[in-house]
Design a protein. Sequence first.
Length: 468
Amino acid sequence: MPRSSYFELFGVTEETLGRLVAEGLSRGGDYSDLYFENTSYLTLLLRDGQVSSGGRHVDFGVGIRVLKGDKTGYAYSETTSFRDMLSAARAASAIADGQAGPVLSYGAPLPPASPDRYPILSEDAEGLTDFMGRIEKGIFAREQRTVKVMVSLTLEKSDILMYNSLHETACDTRPMATVAVTAIFAQGDKIENTTFSRSRRMGTEMFSEELVAEMIEGAVKGIDERFEARRPKGGKMSVVMGAGASGILLHEAMGHAFEADFARKGQSIFTGKIGRQVCPSGITIVDDGTIPFDRGSLNFDDEGVPGQRTVMVEDGVLRSFLHDRVSARHFGVAPTGNGRRESFRYMPIPRMRSTYMESGSADPASLIAEVRQGIYVDNFSNGQVKIGEGDFTFYVKSGFLIENGRLTSPIKDINIIGNGPAALADIRGVGNDLLIDGSAWTCGKEQSAPVSCGIPTVLIGSLTVGGE
């Protein structure tokens, strides 16, 4: 939409915005910003052949932040009447005034805005229930052991207007389409289930016949191995992480430690290591907000900073943390477009977007062939990480034993335990097959944010596997 349409949607003018940030700064604040949001949701759930629930929801309001020294004041209003917004601005100003501090500058130059990364947006909801039904019927037709299928679908659109005391204005309309399926299978007295999802910054044009086929294939893939799988013996062993969804381990075990609020507070294991070797040469780790239609991509972050590609580790050397405006000011660098928030009710903090390791030069099969005794894993869930120490534990839903360089017996229900920096340093090989996973990943760090992740096939020399 043109900028005037955002102003009309929220019932504001340039003069109104200026008066609100001025009120925010009235107690001596250094910086103030406004975040207006109008988000609409359509949700549908298909169960037992019928759409059993659904709804349309709207979330609307404005968040007002004031920074003064090291103190942050934040308040929000669920209306955009001037009286309510002025009250919120005064509240944020009063909170920030609770601790005096030096006057600081938030005027670091921003990179230029790039072309729209998600220009397609269709809101035609007709045919969505038929789309969901075709997925359900296709799974039953494909796999005779199916006993139940549930399909959920969400369409979301957010209109965002941002303004700050530097007189910067940013407007964005962000679409998101998500479909997820849970399938339950029975073989004798054994029960197995699978989940599979796809999510992109698109509208209903995402829900194509090609996606129906992909959802069916994703739901039934590997089900034979699931029924045959067993828990292997535990111990320290080599681990090969499959390309794609294994990137969640990179996101959790390493990515959070690169977020600059943890580094600023001295809580990250990587604090003070900019410019130092943190993993073998040849490894590059990126957080990218510029991939077209990707779930984690942003034209602007939630502070109005244009989206960009940030190289965190280059050729094994730590080059950058992930910054919002606050951490960027602290470290004396430009923000990287990682200031994100769940909604207008939350203040922005450094968050990842699409985090991945770039491809290496190894043939993936050769990495497996190097392992005498170990495991291959490609389906992680339920991870826990200690940011300060870097220790992590991940639950693995499925994978294979590696014996004498070959994938052999399927395995399931194991834990992988290790330390993020130690695992990075122990990478023995990186495949040439980077895959960014398109699932509906949501990162929780005080608040939720949509993200994506990816990785090529990677061989780690030794991790602890919790099995039998």
